[in-house]
Design a protein around this ligand. Structure first.
Ligand code: IMP
Ligand code: MG
Length: 195
């Protein structure tokens, strides 16, 4: 990112910690147990959408005890200001979903447009069961079309207000994914070169 060209500016982008590392770890353990409770040794496929969910996936797959496979998808979403978002799959999963219980592992549901489309595509492949686990949910930002369809996560670890957040896999222009906690982003760093 062009504006972030020094450690000082980078750190200024981290406005305040919203969810500390320990609180995430605790919630991840709880979510892992919840997933265990859904299945009884049946084949589970955890699917996460890159890049944002990579850290969450790494932690939650180790918090799950039932036998499971992991898979990743890469999607490109064209979300025009008024459209409901057109999603193109860049990297698909290779498994035959009709043989699996599918659990989507997502970083954040914001407008919900991306996941709404991805869910539609994956459900059409007729998995035994289909569940969505999201680290964060920002319900205030939901696209009206997505809301009207009553589309939501089956399990959200945290519900947050309408802040742009970074860390634990979430980025702002590819930066900040490596922070161990979730923080609110200070957008003012994008405005000044000086910081
Ligand atoms: P959607 O608006 O629900 O379709 O969100 C699509 C994607 O935008 C999410 O999977 C995230 O990768 C990204 N995103 C949405 N809100 C935030 C945020 O607050 N911080 C970082 N990335 C976000
Ligand atoms: Mg992103």
């Amino acid at each position: 990112m062009q504006n972030i060209n020094s450690m000082e500016v980078y750190q200024k982008g981290i406005k305040r910690i919203l969810i500390p590392e320990e609180q995430i770890a605790e919630a991840v353990q709880k979510a892992g147990k919840m997933i265990d409770g859904l299945y009884d040794g049946k084949p589970v496929l955890l699917i996460s959408i890159l890049n944002g969910a990579f850290v969450f996936m790494a932690d939650i797959c180790r918090a799950v005890s039932v036998p499971c496979e992991i898979a990743f998808m890469k999607v490109k979403s064209y979300s025009g200001t008024e459209s409901t978002g057109d999603v193109q799959i860049l990297t698909d999963v290779t498994q035959d979903l009709s043989e699996y219980n599918v659990v989507i592992i997502e970083d954040i549901i914001d407008t919900g447009r991306t996941l709404f489309k991805v869910a539609e595509i994956l459900k059409s492949r007729q998995p035994h069961t289909f569940n969505i686990v999201t680290l964060l949910d920002k319900p205030e930002r939901r696209d009206p079309v997505v809301r009207a369809a009553d589309f939501k996560a089956d399990y959200a670890l945290f519900t947050i207000p309408d802040h742009f957040v970074i860390g634990y896999g979430l980025d702002c222009d590819e930066y900040y994914r490596t922070l161990p906690y979730i923080a609110e982003f200070d957008a003012s760093v994008l405005e000044s070169e000086e910081g």
